[in-house]
Design a protein. Structure first.
Length: 182
């Protein structure tokens, strides 16, 4: 089993370091997704997070099997922080933001903790059906959670993983165990 993880195209939120809502990718970035799709070769299954930015990035990868939205691949819920810049949240709720960034069990108000995202993604990885070659287009939080899970690192390492738009990681699974391939 080989799974190629791809982070979604840049959006208006990624450009200004804001917590995302359900914005689409920036139109000029879809050509870069198409170029990436051309390099991916054959794909048996194409999954994506349910957000518009993931769905449209998956579609831009080019002719593939019908993309399938997977709820477990959704972005981290951030409650009322959605649509606000990191600076705005820092100004209005510095203690809550600091806790969220430093304690994997802390959640954004009405949101989700890093530990919860990692657990959700780990459960999905454990249940991924055998496919010869699959691609999953995901938000950066899900990408980080996959890496933390596969490498079995502490949840606190989540924020030390930088995931730019259209980042790729190749994963392989043999005998039930995932590996990160470079």
């Amino acid at each position: 089993m080989r799974l190629i993880l791809v982070s979604h195209c840049p959006t208006s939120a990624t450009r200004v370091a804001a917590f995302p809502e359900d914005e689409p990718p920036e139109p000029d970035s879809l050509a870069r997704a198409a170029a990436l799709g051309a390099r991916l070769g054959r794909v048996d299954t194409l999954w994506h997070g349910p957000e518009t930015r993931c769905r449209e990035t998956a579609a831009a990868l080019g002719p593939r099997p019908e993309p399938v939205a997977v709820e477990a691949l959704r972005d981290m819920a951030v409650g009322p922080w959605a649509g606000r810049s990191l600076g705005q949240v820092q100004r209005d709720a510095p203690e809550a933001l600091l806790a969220w960034l430093t304690d994997p069990e802390a959640a954004a108000p009405e949101g989700e903790s890093v530990a919860a995202v990692i657990a959700r993604v780990a459960a999905w990885l454990g249940a991924v059906p055998e496919r010869r070659r699959a691609v999953a287009v995901v938000p950066p939080a899900v990408f980080r959670a996959v890496v933390v899970t596969i490498l079995e690192t502490p949840p606190a390492t989540f924020w030390r993983i930088d995931v730019p738009p259209l980042a790729e990681a190749a994963l392989s699974r043999r005998e039930g165990r995932w590996s990160l391939r470079f």
